[in-house]
Design a protein around this ligand. Structure first.
Ligand code: SF4
Ligand code: SF4
Length: 233
């Protein structure tokens, strides 16, 4: 088979770390026979490999199977063709996030986490939760989070302003988040920007009223809070 005949999705998978040898799979089924969560899956790893070989992007990347994999390495250890199936499953999850095939809540949370870290280089809990709940509208779970949020607020553990590493843009090199499409308005990103502005305003107001710094009232991203400096001294 020459390269020009390969399906673009197959080429894309073969370019990942775990997908390099997918064409070597001869459908023996050892992987599915070894998988401890096969019953939770719709297809199982053998059929996932088959679908990749046949360029079935939609079926593979929207399959809950890639999120059911518990990375036990049983399939990878036993595959007679040395296909790195466990790593491949992780690569497929990353591709599913990058290409917007995220229906599973765990996947949505993973995407929200990746986007938040990609923007700042560090986790910013209010942004993570905003991104997650704006995509899932899981009101019941959101209400369940309120007591914890209030507890964190009372204990000064709820950050109001994100901290950033020096060059968060460097994280784009590892393709952590989906590429920005020129001219596309991303509602979630816009609302997150507003949320950060409002929280920054609240933090500045708190600083003005209390007259003292706190690790929850950073003046600007990248500037360490007073408490952190004290902790480090
Ligand atoms: S064990 Fe390896 S060769 Fe056999 S079906 Fe699974 S991936 Fe293919
Ligand atoms: S690594 Fe994932 S796909 Fe492979 S056997 Fe374990 S759970 Fe199943």
């Amino acid at each position: 088979m020459v390269g020009a005949e390969l399906h673009p999705f197959l080429v894309e998978v073969m370019a990942t770390r775990g997908g390099a040898n997918v064409l070597q799979c001869y459908q023996c089924g050892t992987c599915s026979g070894s998988c401890p969560v096969l019953e939770e899956m719709t297809h199982g790893p053998r059929r996932i490999l088959y679908m990749i070989q046949n360029g079935m992007e939609q079926e593979v990347l929207s399959s809950p199977d890639i999120w059911r994999c518990v990375s036990c390495y049983s399939c990878m250890n036993r595959c007679p063709r040395d296909i790195e199936i466990t790593d491949l499953m992780a690569d497929l999850r990353r591709l599913a996030i990058q290409k917007g095939y995220v229906e599973d809540k765990e996947a949505v949370f993973g995407r929200a986490f990746a986007e938040t870290v990609a923007h700042h280089g560090r986790l910013f809990e209010p942004e993570l939760l905003t991104r997650y709940y704006l995509r899932t509208w899981d009101v019941v779970s959101l209400i369940g989070m309120i007591p914890l949020g209030l507890k964190m607020l009372v204990k000064n553990k709820l950050p109001f302003v994100p901290e950033s590493i020096q060059n968060p843009a460097d994280l784009e090199k590892v393709k952590l988040i989906p590429p920005v499409i020129e001219g596309q308005v991303d509602v979630v990103n816009t609302l997150v920007s507003w949320m950060i502005t409002v929280l920054g305003f609240v933090a500045a107001l708190g600083l003005l009223i209390t007259g003292q710094g706190s690790h929850t009232f950073h003046i600007a991203p990248g500037v360490r809070g007073k408490r952190e400096e004290e902790d480090m001294s």
